[in-house]
Design a protein around this ligand. Structure first.
Ligand code: CTP
Length: 400
């Protein structure tokens, strides 16, 4: 698979019958946005909850629903259909579909496809908590796992039937992330280890006060996910953020710059390091064990010491990853400053982002330039997810 081949990846999506079927629409939208092809199979029960028209409009493909339907079979036989994708996803995976797949039944198109496929299968179960906890379903789950089926969810929560418990289908972003990770197996970065830093660091002044930076973590998390989607074994060392860990990525949560550096060093050896974190440049010299009280003496003087530079330390390490990439948030002379930073930090590439344009910090898109010893590549403003995928593809090229 080439570096750009993610856009040629195809998912066969079986939509079972359950109230969660509506979430399949959002899942298709996420997959299409990431350039992944989606071919839906809608079960008869699924068609009670979503229409073939909405699935096919979002998937931009035909919806298959019946075994031995003359029109469906004329276009693509069911065996071929089951092999036309890189991954088969069942969302929602009902108790009925799980039971059929676990027992090798082949009475309808969805079940036949699951029996005939030679591709990896990912299931997102959705059912009432009692059905989920029933010994029969748990037996089927164990059988399917032993057969190599990967599961995402179910989540715990309030159910459409008014009960509470495990059985809610995982949210579309979580299923999407699991799909991207599954598609990455056998990808161009298979066998490569990557360490990504993301988010801010938080340096405590006392038990209630912090020095921190503005950073949502979105760009770093997107890069971790994009590298995993190409098959890399990813450790994401993250400062405090509101984001969920992308599926298929090992997340190590830290607070301070010193903890972040230690976590990166223990993730070595690695082939790739991408430092996206907005590390606080300084930390208070003395951490106060108890809360500093406001007093008559006015504000306390904060003595600061410089934090370790994680990017520079990794770049100069005797266990230096083969490719070290840093980020630079610049407001002026973006490219000249980035080139200087490249030399100063000793990394291979600097991804310069122009935060002066507004909207980048905390926003969903980013305008970047890639600065290397060979020159500068300017990329148009695009979604952070797209920046991440292009960067991951560019990194994969470097390892070909
Ligand atoms: N970085 C790091 N550890 C630090 C500071 C920065 O790993 N203690 C990394 C960031 O993750 C980013 C790159 O270094 O990849 C650039 O950080 P930046 O703060 O822009 O650079 P500085 O060296 O602080 O330079 P300046 O503040 O002068 O722009």
């Amino acid at each position: 698979m080439g570096a750009s081949a993610l856009s040629e990846k195809r998912v066969l999506l079986i939509v079972g019958g359950g109230i969660a079927a509506y979430k399949a629409l959002e899942l298709i939208r996420l997959l299409r946005k990431a350039g992944v092809g989606v071919r839906p199979i809608l079960t008869a029960a699924g068609a009670q909850f979503v229409t073939p028209l909405s699935l096919s409009a979002l998937a931009e493909d035909k919806v298959y629903s019946e075994l031995f339907s003359l029109t469906d079979e004329a276009e693509m036989g069911h065996i071929e259909l089951s092999r036309s994708a890189d991954l088969v996803v069942v969302a929602p995976a009902t108790a009925d579909l799980m039971a059929k797949a676990a027992n090798g039944l082949a009475g309808d198109l969805a079940a036949t496809t699951l029996l005939a496929t030679d591709k990896p299968v990912l299931m997102a179960p959705a059912m009432n908590v009692r059905m989920w906890e029933h010994a029969a379903t748990q037996r089927n789950l164990a059988t399917l796992r032993a057969d190599g089926v990967v599961f995402v969810g179910p989540d715990e929560g309030a159910m459409a039937c008014g009960e509470y418990g495990a059985g809610r289908m995982a949210e579309p972003p979580a299923i999407f992330a699991a799909i991207m990770a599954a598609l990455g197996r056998g990808g161009p970065l298979e066998g490569k280890r990557a360490v990504i830093t993301a988010g801010p660091t938080a340096e405590p002044i006392d038990p209630v006060r912090l020095i921190t930076n503005r950073s949502s973590g979105k760009q770093g998390y997107a890069i971790a996910q994009a590298l995993a989607a190409l098959g890399a074994d990813v450790t994401l060392v993250s400062g405090p953020t509101a984001l969920a860990a992308p599926a298929g990525v090992r997340r190590v949560e830290v607070e301070t710059a010193c903890q972040m550096l230690a976590a990166c060093e223990s993730a070595l050896p690695a082939d790739i390091a991408v430092c996206v974190a907005a590390v606080a440049d300084w930390r208070p010299q003395n951490l106060q064990g108890s809360k500093i009280k406001k007093g008559a003496d006015g504000p306390p003087a904060l003595g600061l010491v410089e934090n370790p530079d994680i990017l520079a330390t990794l770049s100069k390490s005797n266990r230096r990853p083969k490719l070290v990439v840093g980020f630079a948030a610049e407001t002026d002379d973006v490219e000249a400053n980035a080139a200087a930073k490249l030399a100063r930090k000793g990394c291979d590439w600097i991804v310069a982002n122009d935060v002066g344009q507004g909207g980048t910090l905390g926003g969903d898109d980013n305008a970047v330039a890639i600065v290397t010893s060979e020159g500068i590549e300017r990329w148009d403003r695009m979604a952070k997810g797209e920046v991440a995928r292009r960067l991951a593809a560019r990194i994969a090229q470097e390892f070909q």
